[in-house]
Design a protein. Structure first.
Length: 354
């Protein structure tokens, strides 16, 4: 829906008043009405780096979800304030791994006699607690754009990886990029005793995948890939690695949101693309590339927006910017010192990957 002109005007006025005191980051899955006010847009890896590179901004307004704002807080200095325009903008995948569950899992690995060989690799889409666990146990964070490098690094440090919390990114990267087989991976279910695994299974596994997934990307299906191929002859199917392994296997290309955008930029006129990622981004890309004669469609008509990403809308952004302009610090995301210290270790290992 087109943005309310009154709200657009108010957002502009508040931004102007704040000047260089505020820096607005926008994830690719954000609504158009929000993205128009972002100083930079990006995938979660790019935004983490961009946040760290703005020491002069007093306020970092993060238009994205909670774990991204936490990561920005961890990577920025103590006097910079990270603000999330709606505190209810969480991530269902990040919520699938709690600190208690992960501590319990580590005990299971100790009990099975494998913990010493295990390096944790945690997807950016996790709480600061999980990142701190990862840092404490010698592991690294990864995003969908550097998961391969993170796994290569991890297998130089140890023989096994505990991959948290997205089973699909973990499995897809292990099998597609690292030459492992599906049998090298086991699924740890935090709701079952011992994760539903025997000590022998844990000893034989190379990849211990946490049983988490993205509620948006997990809904794309092989049928949707087959349907679009039948409907649009010659279509290129490009999906995000948070999709299920069978969907990724049926697709032509796989990559992070930043990769998807670059692939479309490089695509020749007349080419046709079906994209399996969040709908706000796909719609924006369809509009952007239509004038160049590139046809971009959404892979599956039944999959919808990421509801938590969509919580950040123009009214929330206006309220946030106006509050900050009036000197009211609202919706600050602040990670406690001890968690921050270990989470930062894990994030810095990621930033140092080749
Ligand atoms: P990227 O931005 O790393 O592609 O991740 C997608 C995502 O689901 C963010 O929530
Ligand atoms: Fe979380 Fe999936 Fe939404 Fe990303 S798209 S914020 S992983 S629920």
């Amino acid at each position: 829906s087109p943005s309310d002109p009154n709200l657009v005007e108010r957002a502009r006025a508040a931004r102007e008043k704040l000047g260089s005191k505020v820096f607005v980051l926008g994830h690719h899955y954000q609504r158009d009405e929000v993205i128009q006010f972002a100083d930079v847009t990006g995938d979660s890896f790019k935004l983490a780096r961009d946040a760290a590179a703005r020491p002069e901004a007093e306020y970092i307004v993060f238009c994205g979800v909670h774990f991204m704002a936490e990561s920005a807080d961890i990577l920025t200095s103590d006097d910079q304030k990270v603000v999330l325009p709606d505190l209810a903008a969480g991530c269902s995948m990040a919520d699938m791994a709690t600190a208690e569950q992960v501590a319990e899992c580590w005990d299971v690995l100790i009990e099975a006699g494998v913990a010493e060989q295990v390096v944790p690799v945690s997807y950016m889409n996790s709480s600061a607690d999980i990142k701190a666990f990862t840092g404490k146990h010698g592991g690294t964070i990864c995003t969908s754009s550097n998961a391969k490098k993170a796994l290569e690094w991890a297998f130089e440090q140890g023989e096994k990886v505990l991959f948290l919390p997205d089973q699909h990114l973990g499995r897809n990267t292990a099998v597609r990029d690292m030459g492992m087989s599906l049998d090298d991976c086991v699924l740890y279910n935090p709701h079952k005793p011992n994760g539903g695994l025997t000590a022998e299974q844990l000893r034989n596994a190379k990849m211990i995948l946490w049983r988490g997934h993205c509620s948006v990307h997990g809904r794309f299906s092989v049928e949707s890939v087959e349907d679009v191929r039948a409907r649009i002859p010659g279509v290129n199917v490009l999906v995000h690695p948070e999709c299920k392994h069978e969907v990724v296997s049926a697709a032509d290309y796989v990559g992070s949101t930043e990769y998807i955008i670059k692939a479309l930029e490089a695509a020749p006129a007349g080419s046709k693309w079906a994209i399996g990622t969040e709908l706000n981004l796909v719609r924006r890309l369809a509009n952007r590339f239509a004038p160049e004669g590139k046809e971009v469609v959404f892979l599956d008509k039944t999959v919808c927006f990421c509801s938590t990403m969509n919580r950040i809308d123009l009214p929330h952004l206006v309220w946030t910017l106006e509050s900050l302009a009036e000197g009211n610090l609202v919706n600050r995301i602040e990670v406690d010192r001890e968690t921050e210290q270990f989470a930062k270790l894990a994030l810095e290992r990621m930033l140092a990957l080749p």
